[in-house]
Design a protein around this ligand. Structure first.
Ligand SMILES: [Fe+2]
Length: 308
C-alpha cells in the first residue's frame, strides 16, 4: 500500500465576482479573518496558516484550484513525476503564491486543478477578534466529477492518496491523506466541478452558532445538523454569498491504518439509506443534492500560466 505524498488540505482558491463581499460573508458566518490583500485578491485564514481560502476577482464564481500540503519538499517532485507518468497535464511547476516555497499544479482529466505544495507559512496569530465561531481549519473539499472512479484513480496515482470508502455504485469516492482523516478530498458523480467545501469546528456548539448567524441575515441551513455515515462527522451546510455550498463539520473520523481495505457503503436509491447518509435520519434537501459550482477554465489560471 503506498504512503500518501500529501499530508492534508492546503488551501482552496475561488474565483468570485465580489471578493470583498465573499470575504465579509466568510468572516461573518464561518468566522475566518482576512490575512492579506493585494491586487484585488483576498486571503482568509482561521489559524496560524497564512491562507486557507484565497479569493480571486473574476467575472464568475467558480473553483479555481485546490492545494494539498506535501509531506516533504521532495514529495512535490515525486507528485510531478507521478502525475506525468499517469498522463495528467502539468499546469505549472512554480508555486502559485509567493509565500509557498515549492509547488506543482496538475489537472485531472476533467480539469480539476490541484496544486501539491510545501506548507503555507505559519505566521498568523492563533487567536483573533471578530464575528463568527472561528473554525479550526479548512478540512476537506468534495469535488463533483463526471467519472468519480477515474478521478480517484488519477488522484491516487499522482498523490498516493488512499481510497477510504466508496458507495456501492461508485457514485461517491472518499480519499484520505497522510493525516488519516477519513476524507480530505472526495468526488461525487455529476458535472466537473465542486459540490462543497468544508471548515472544521471545535465541537457541535460551533454548528449551532453557524445556524444562528445565518438567521441574523434571514438565511437558512441547506441540510443539517446531522451526522454522516462516511466519516462519522457532525455536519451542517449553508450556501455562501458567492453561491458555494459550505459544510461545517466536527468530529471527523481518523484512520491510522494505511492498509485498511476500502469500505463500501450503500446509500440507497436517491440517498434514501439514512443510516449511511445521515445517522440521525433526516435526508438531504433537493437543494443540497442538486448543488453544483463549476471549475474555471484552464486559461483562467493566468497566475500560473504566465510563470510556466
Ligand atoms: Fe463533506
Amino acid at each position: 500500500m503506498p504512503t500518501p505524498l500529501v499530508f492534508r488540505l492546503g488551501y482552496v482558491a475561488l474565483n468570485v465576482t465580489d471578493p470583498q463581499r465573499t470575504a465579509e460573508d466568510t468572516c461573518n458566518i464561518a468566522g475566518t479573518r482576512i490575512s492579506g490583500q493585494d491586487g484585488g485578491r483576498i486571503m482568509l485564514t482561521s489559524n496560524r496558516r497564512r491562507a486557507e481560502m484565497i479569493l480571486y476577482p473574476s467575472d464568475a464564481n467558480n473553483l479555481r484550484r485546490v492545494g494539498l500540503e506535501a509531506v516533504t519538499p521532495d514529495a512535490v517532485d515525486e507528485v510531478r513525476d507521478r502525475a506525468r507518468a499517469a498522463g495528467l497535464r502539468i499546469l505549472s511547476e512554480r508555486p502559485s503564491l509567493d509565500c509557498i516555497d515549492k509547488g506543482v499544479t496538475f489537472l485531472t482529466s476533467e480539469g480539476h486543478a490541484i496544486e501539491v505544495h510545501t506548507p503555507m507559512p505559519m505566521d498568523q496569530p492563533l487567536r483573533y477578534h471578530g464575528p463568527g465561531v472561528h473554525p479550526r481549519f479548512l478540512d476537506h473539499v468534495n469535488f463533483a466529477a463526471i467519472d468519480p472512479v477515474t478521478f480517484s484513480k488519477e488522484l491516487g496515482a499522482a498523490t498516493g492518496m488512499l481510497l477510504t470508502e466508496r458507495t456501492s455504485g461508485y457514485e461517491i469516492m472518499w480519499m484520505r491523506a497522510a493525516d488519516g482523516r477519513h476524507h480530505t478530498l472526495a468526488a461525487v458523480k455529476g458535472n466537473s466541478g465542486v459540490h462543497h467545501i468544508s471548515w472544521e469546528f471545535e465541537n457541535f456548539d460551533g454548528l449551532k452558532r453557524i445556524a444562528d448567524s445565518l438567521g441574523i441575515e434571514e438565511r437558512r441551513v441547506v441540510w443539517g445538523p446531522g451526522r454522516h455515515g462516511a466519516g462519522d462527522n457532525l455536519f451542517l451546510y449553508y450556501v455562501d454569498s458567492a453561491g458555494f455550498l459550505i459544510e461545517c463539520i466536527a468530529e471527523m473520523e481518523v484512520i491510522q491504518d494505511l492498509d485498511m481495505p476500502t469500505r463500501v457503503a450503500d446509500p440507497g436509491e436517491n440517498l434514501s439509506n439514512w443510516k449511511v447518509v445521515n445517522q440521525w435520519g433526516a435526508l438531504p434537501s433537493l437543494e443540497w443534492i442538486q448543488h453544483f459550482s463549476p471549475c474555471c477554465g484552464v486559461d483562467e489560471h493566468d497566475d500560473l500560466l504566465q510563470l510556466a
